[in-house]
Design a protein around this ligand. Structure first.
Ligand code: LMR
Length: 393
């Protein structure tokens, strides 16, 4: 029966990694998959993570199973960062579990919403391509609305219209910060409008936080999400440590459920546990254990926050440099990139221009026109701008 299967096209972003690796030009530029790079173009292991891993190797005396919910202390150590320290009332309505990466958490969120009766998820487009793939794979319908306006700001009117027009029990998936692929986040005033629209509880929000600390700051990046969480009766939160701890291949994520009442949590979490068990049984331990150790040690936590600061400052500098080059590439509105956040920005380039960038200049970017800001550094940014000018001129 396996011979009945027809070939699927490879995931475009993962195919790009292979194409880039096969290119022998020494000055090629990788703006594809979303990993952070230093000004030398490397993706090192965080100093705080390395130190935590050493402690882990020394301290760990068993690798026996933990269960579908994974490392509870890891999940709880993240809570002050995600939800804040202050609001005891809110914290009593939250429970969480560990997941394989932020992707695992998104999958659990969608599957749990389906289990609770949801049939349709509203998604601002463009979005991370895997969002729609996961929703389809779980068996829900995707309804789209425009995430961004042409001037490079968020189209909150479209999101509000989607919420307004949604039926009872439908779901909306919102990026918490550092929107992937556009870098265009809602302003605080817009988050307040979204919170107001969601407050009645007709539409369930799934909030995907994959880049906390890589936009404006640890607190700033979740201010909007917290505004929503403070108003809504229920929400699901997908969280990734893959980027803000640089643990990509270790797959470190968390999934949080905000319930109407504390008493609702056991039933909700038991369903999430059952779904996790059927999907991956239990999440991988190593990366989450390293994060837990880093967060429980004041010195390592400080080192981690300093490392994140460095990353964020560097990406803001790249954005300022691109914005300042706006007059060299008319028509792309590079100036808008300075106001946007995180690893990504979308350039309105055609397929031919993206192919010419790759073939003539060795510049690799997603077919959507998304670039990874962190792939640019002092050694290649000028050449990148010249290549853009060439293909758009
Ligand atoms: C990306 O968008 O580049 C990352 O989130 C990696 C991935 O899994 O797609």
């Amino acid at each position: 029966m396996l011979n009945r299967l027809t070939p699927q096209s490879p995931d475009a972003l993962l195919a790009l990694i292979k194409m880039y690796a096969a290119d022998e030009r020494a000055d090629k530029i990788d703006l594809g998959v979303g990993v952070y790079r230093t000004d030398s173009g490397d993706t090192p292991v965080f100093r705080a993570v390395k130190a935590a891993e050493r402690v882990l190797v020394e301290q760990q005396d068993s690798k026996s199973y933990l269960g579908p919910e994974g490392d509870h202390a890891f999940v709880h150590a993240l809570i002050p960062y995600v939800f804040g320290r202050a609001d005891g009332g809110l914290l009593r309505r939250i429970e969480g579990m560990q997941t394989p990466g932020g992707t695992g958490a998104v999958r659990l969120a969608v599957a749990l919403a389906k289990e609770a009766g949801a049939t349709r998820i509203h998604l601002g487009t463009p979005s991370w391509p895997n969002h729609a793939q996961i929703v389809h794979d779980v068996g829900l319908e995707v309804a789209t609305f425009d995430h961004a306006c042409e001037d490079g700001t968020a189209n909150v009117a479209a999101a509000l219209a989607a919420i307004e027009g949604a039926g009872e029990g439908e779901v909306i998936l919102l990026h918490g910060c550092c929107h992937n692929p556009t870098g265009i986040d809602y302003t605080q005033a817009q988050w307040e409008q979204l919170a107001e629209a969601l407050a009645g509880g007709k539409v369930l929000p799934i909030l995907d936080i994959a880049y906390q600390g890589l936009g404006q700051g640890m607190e700033e990046d979740v201010a909007g999400v917290r505004t929503v969480l403070a108003r809504v009766p229920e929400a699901l939160v997908a969280y990734s440590c893959d980027k803000n701890f640089g643990l990509y291949r270790d797959r470190v994520g968390a999934f949080y459920m905000l319930a109407r009442e504390t008493e609702d949590l056991p039933a909700i979490t038991s369903n999430a546990n059952a779904l996790a068990r059927a999907n991956w049984s239990m999440p991988p331990d190593h990366g989450a254990a390293a994060v837990r150790i880093a967060l429980q040690d004041a010195g390592l936590e400080k080192t981690w926050l300093e490392e994140l600061d460095e990353m964020r400052q560097r990406m803001r500098q790249v954005r300022r440099t691109l914005a300042a080059a706006d007059n060299r590439v008319p028509g792309l509105n590079l100036r808008a990139l300075e106001q946007q956040n995180g690893l990504f920005a979308m350039l309105p380039l055609g397929k031919d221009q993206i192919a010419r960038l790759r073939e003539d200049h060795g510049v690799y970017m997603a077919g959507s026109g998304r670039i990874n800001i962190a792939g640019l550094h002092s050694g290649n940014i000028d050449r990148f701008v010249a290549a853009l000018a060439d293909v758009t001129g």
